[in-house]
Design a protein around this ligand. Structure first.
Ligand code: IPE
Length: 253
């Protein structure tokens, strides 16, 4: 019998203060990690970059790849960005270890080509470790690009066929009407979600915020995987979602 896994993304806007460079939200992250302990189970974690990654990636135009004239400067910027998201990853890993979760870090820059198609996640999970990966700078063919945490969630979901995927964000879910921020879509379908006009973010986000997320979610839901979007700033919201009570947007079929 295969044990089902839940894959979870801690959004950069939850674990960092997106408007304050390099500000780690230690307490919120700790609460989320504590929810994992209380819930128990098998998890693969992904986290975003927030203010540790987006401003640098934007400054060096890393989302657009290397340009011939600015290549040297961009490579320096890519190295800085990678180290910065690794620093954030270190903070997340230490928080997980502190609450008793045997977290191991998988850097996309170093491992992307061996992360998928090789059963790596399953092998790591079998030992009882919790794999943790994150939005990062990645070498792609003869260029450099950014892989978002949302993209990694999709890749992991398509490989592991998890019980479900939970996106922990700084909003309550998907709003059908942006003039009315009190009502979210609760139990919904992909079709409904796609009809909704998505709001842009005022923060520098090289991976296109909610619009980018929906693109990745689409492939997951089309494969029959439930996707939940919840607000990580609300206490126990993650615990409840893991247990099946989604106080956010639940997307199926
Ligand atoms: C972005 O990852 C990675 C870099 C900018 C290096 P995400 O797109 O997943 O980050 P958040 O969750 O939006 O902050």
């Amino acid at each position: 019998m295969t044990v089902k896994t839940i894959i979870i993304k801690f959004g950069g806007s939850v674990i960092t203060h997106k408007a304050i460079p390099y500000h780690f939200n230690a307490e919120i992250t700790r609460n989320l990690c504590q929810d994992l302990v209380t819930a128990g189970g098998r998890f693969v974690l992904v986290h975003g970059a927030g203010s540790f990654g987006h401003p640098l990636a934007k400054k060096f135009h890393l989302d657009q790849g290397l340009s011939r004239e600015k290549k040297d400067e961009q490579v320096k910027g890519a190295a800085q960005t990678h180290q910065s998201v690794r620093d954030l990853n270190g903070k997340v890993i230490h928080t997980l270890l502190d609450v008793g979760i045997p977290a191991v870090s998988l850097s996309p820059f170093l491992f992307f080509n061996s992360l998928f198609g090789s059963n790596l996640f399953e092998r790591i999970l079998k030992f009882g470790f919790t794999p943790v990966t994150f939005g990062d700078v990645v070498l792609k063919d003869d260029n450099i690009t950014i892989y978002s945490g949302d993209f990694l969630m999709k890749k992991i979901a398509l490989e592991l066929n998890p019980e479900k995927a939970i996106f922990v964000t700084d909003v309550d879910g998907i709003f059908p009407d942006l003039q009315d921020m009190t009502t979210i879509l609760t139990d919904t379908t992909l079709k409904e979600v796609e009809k909704v006009v998505l709001r842009g973010s005022s923060h520098p986000d090289v991976t296109q915020g909610m619009a980018g997320k929906i693109r990745e979610i689409k492939d997951m839901v089309n494969k029959g995987i439930e996707v939940d979007i919840i607000n990580g700033q609300k206490p126990r919201c993650l615990l409840d979602a893991i247990r099946g009570h989604v106080a956010g947007t639940r997307i199926r079929g």
